[in-house]
Design a protein around this ligand. Structure first.
Ligand SMILES: Nc1ncnc2c1ncn2[C@@H]1O[C@H](COP(=O)(O)OP(=O)(O)OP(=O)(O)O)[C@@H](O)[C@H]1O
Ligand SMILES: [Mg+2]
Length: 262
């Protein structure tokens, strides 16, 4: 496909320090990465290494202290509809129904109501929530709420999807199911995905490249190409190559975890 190898997002020497009550914290210390159009990237690394900081900078919710992030060659300034974010804790509007939650970004984009509703219904169905359009978030389980958040992100049709441990709070079964659904959706409607996870299994099953970050201050320690063809299913997790890559990445992450504990 044309454009397949174009750089979509360019992270260029991003440095971020926070000024906290206990002084200065360097969260990111020179992170550079080129992410290609439609690429699926997973980021792993020990707690506190700056993963969320990096995602929030790409989302435009935080500014880097120095360095830049460019999208299609344009420096990112603030948030934008072309970048959709899914957080670990389902950030839904409690006073809006499922349908109205998913329609929200379309309202922001001023999509005509009937069209917005049709798009929202399509994505609600694709995440398996048909029949729950009129429910409120409080009437849903954690996994269902996370499905709504994902449907909403997809309905907005962003060019880049930024996901910060979106399945972190879920039970193992729901997590595996949502991984499969996300894979299927990504294979159908390619998007550039930047997905943070603590779970090495999850990173290897989803990603084309896994970015391993070092302990704080966060830098990129290693990039591992996941040379396992798609479609991938849960059965892929027993593939010898899968197990090999998983143990390689796990060892690297564990070394960094030990650094934190020192
Ligand atoms: N608003 C803030 N003010 C001061 N320090 C902060 C702030 N936000 C994050 N930090 C610090 O920056 C570092 C990186 O935080 P960040 O949330 O990016 O880590 P993370 O890799 O996402 O961790 P986790 O895996 O636990 O989510 C941490 O040491 C944290 O204490
Ligand atoms: Mg985080």
């Amino acid at each position: 496909m044309a454009g397949e190898n174009l750089t979509k997002l360019k992270i260029d020497n991003v440095y971020k320090e926070y000024q906290g009550r206990n002084g200065k914290t360097i969260a990111l210390n020179g992170v550079s990465l080129d992410i290609k159009e439609n690429e699926f990237i997973c980021v792993v690394g020990p707690s506190g290494c700056g993963k969320s900081t990096l995602l929030n900078i790409i989302a435009g919710l935080l500014e880097p202290t120095s360095g830049t992030v460019t999208l299609d060659g344009k420096v990112i300034e603030g948030t934008g509809v072309e970048r959709g974010v899914v957080f670990q804790q389902y950030a839904l509007f409690p006073w809006r129904t499922v349908l109205k939650n998913v329609m929200f970004p379309l309202e922001m984009k001023k999509v005509p109501k009937a069209e917005a509703e049709a798009i929202a219904r399509k994505y609600i169905k694709s995440v398996g929530l048909e029949g729950f359009e009129k429910s409120y978030p409080k009437e849903l389980s954690g996994g269902m709420k996370q499905r709504v958040a994902i449907a909403r992100a997809y309905a907005a049709d962003p060019e880049v999807l930024l996901l910060d441990e979106p399945f972190g709070a879920l039970d193992a079964q729901t997590r595996v199911q949502l991984q499969s659904e996300l894979l299927e959706t990504w294979e159908k409607e390619k998007k550039t995905c930047f997905f943070i996870t603590h779970d090495v299994d999850e990173a290897v099953i989803l990603a084309q490249r896994v970015i391993i970050m070092s302990a704080r201050p966060g830098r990129i320690k290693k990039i591992v190409d996941i040379d396992i063809p798609y479609p991938r299913t849960q059965a892929t997790k027993t593939d010898p190559r899968f197990l090999e890559l998983k143990s390689e990445i796990w060892n690297q992450v564990y070394q960094e975890f030990l650094e934190v504990r020192k």
